[in-house]
Design a protein. Sequence first.
Lengths: 262, 555
Amino acid sequence: MPWVTRGLRNGVLTSRYPARPDAYSDNWRGSIVVKQGTSGVPAADGAGTCPTGAVQTRAGGSPAVDRGKCILCGRCVAERPDLFSFSSSFELASLARPALVVPSTEETDAAVATLRASLSRRVAALRRSVHVRHVDAGSDGSEEWEIAALLGPIYDIHRLGIFFTASPRHADLLLVTGAGSSGMAGPLRSSYDAMPDPRVVVAVGTDAISGGIISPSYATAAGVGAVVPVDVWVPGSPPSPFSILHGILIAIGHLPDPDAVT
Amino acid sequence: VSQFADIVAARTQPASNRTGSHRTGSHRTDGERTERDRRPEGNGPRQEGRFAGLFGSALADGSVNLRAAVARYGELDVVSCVVPPAPDGRPGTYKALTPSVPAAAWYEREIVDLFGLVPKGHPRIDPLVLPLRPGETRPRPGLVGRGLVGRGPVGRGLVGRGRPNVAPTTPIVVDETPLPAHLAGEGVFTLPYGPVRSGVFESVQFLVETPGEDIPHLRTRVYHKHRGIETRFEGMSPADGVLVAERTEGVASVAHAMAFSQAIESLSPTPVGAGEVGDSVPRPAMLLRVVHAELERVANHLDSTIRHTEAAGQAVAYSRLTWHKERIMRLRAELCGHRFGRGVVVPGGVTGPPAVAPSHALNQLARIEASVRADLHLLMATSSFVDRLRRTGVLSPEVARSRGALGPVGRASGLDEDVRFYRPYGAYRFIEMPEHRYRDSADALGRQLVRNEEMWGAFELCRLSIKQLGQRPPEGPWAVPIVPADGTAWGWVEAPQGELLYMVDVEGGRLRRVKPRSASFHNLSLFPDAFTGDIFTDFAFIEASFGVSVAGVAN
């Protein structure tokens, strides 16, 4: 009985995202952005300090950041504040690996549009409700915390028809974390193979996308893309619960404009 | 080499007056002992050492430098030996520690996996972190000359073009041959539980040998998550190394960054004071480290409690504690921009002042603490919850002591060791420490109660540190440049999981060998010993009460 009143004490805590923006969702460093008007400025000096090689210089000499490799250490921002800055955006997930390199280009935009159309056809049946299975393929453990947070009262993904399931045989969507350790390659593949069609794979975290600072090593693939076909890429080290939720919603076509990469 | 095992065994031998002799030093006050505490006071620090880990490091000539760490009150004792290769060039052999020091069992299996060394007399050499087929190349971390050449100058740690070229990068082929069953009997079968388990868990496999309900025998396979992290450090600058350390065990990022940084700092040639760890670091930086480390402790202890409530079906408690944990994560993000406190601790200090005013942080802290206290107070009076924990997963004080259980697991089984008190570091040397307590009920309930009390202590330490920080000018300095001298150094902190050790070997300003030893590794090796008459439905409680992060086990 005391728990009943305790449960009512603080009212509704649940976020309204994605129906309404959440005041808290962009309250921390979500990504690195390349500042406007820096085209033609080589990023060579900034690139040298990046521990994962995420800072690149495009053919035209413009700086670019590969969010799929970025672990948000902020070195480039400290070294070249004229080129890079932190952004608090959290809607970072993308349907195409190349589209994680910002600023985006016309080619990647076109590729994403094609992917979106084909994914949209595949997942039409999942739009109202989706069952999720999580597999850890060599994460550092923090991604699991952020995924588990989605089940709490703040994010409460049940309200969006998203449920976690115990067996991959009942799952439509596979959330994969970790850099793709050799020991998990087999179990990850088996989990994917056990899922019924249509199935979607979401790679959660920079480790899962590229291996981050964990790869290359003798015991990891550079990301889980080598083991399972990834549909949605969610960068972050680790991505926040809002970023992961955004990635799941993109995967099931729940958001109108999935690739508003800022 | 021939005497290595005997020397280590001698240093961890119990003293003759061991009965009842245990640490009851000045950090304990008499009035606040737990009701179960029957130990006489005044015997002083315990005399026997506790085996704290076996650290290998490959040398260029094919030999392996083995270092055994023995922890005592006030110091970390290191016994070192070099095991030469066999005459035919194959990895050498040495007399196993495990027969005389049982706590070394997992460490020696890890040494076999990584280096191929053969501990003669080890009772069970199964693969632990890396099941390779015979004849495959071992990673041999620490090999001099591999990836250390042509890397440019080192200064302030921020230089270094491109990524260190760490060999071997060829993927390993994991040997997944099933292990033989250890038990035989009518109806006994082996249930492989994992590595993909129901719920959002890290990957680990438990081989449960059972006749159906109770769990007479349990084995743990941890290799699925092995990522080869130790070789990733090699050739990096200390500034890059701390980024890897933060990602070794993500839920204890701050603890790992601190232990790593303290090891690097102790190699700094300009220590102020008596050469103690952390002396070259500005005091405000030490205080900010405490704030983040203690918030991390609260988050981890809440996580363990949340998993208890989930297993017990306490839906309201689960929801509320999940909310409180989220508030802690948000407070951490407010302070530094990262929900796990990454990017705060660097060798030499911290990256900058807290991003919010002390008054705001204190206010938030007070509100969260009030909620957590109220809900835990009710939870510990909820019999349907407490009954599931009481006498579940008893890790007997004898086992805990002989095997050196760490962190809250040890402190619930009658050990009082806490690195913050035993070997104080950083700001823990001068800040006023809260009451230090331990229990000896040895069950999941005891571990929960220990965690509760540690949370109150952590809140108190946060409050003290933030207050002291508020009295200092925000402009710093927050870090001093650290250029480590060549050599081997050790860093330790009390992570939420327990004692975390880092062995750091620096050569030419770059990392030659880094070996983190998380409490998760040590405690998971004790996990099967906690199953004494427990049944399947107790499994989730015992696992949650150990609070192990698999990422810290299989580096």
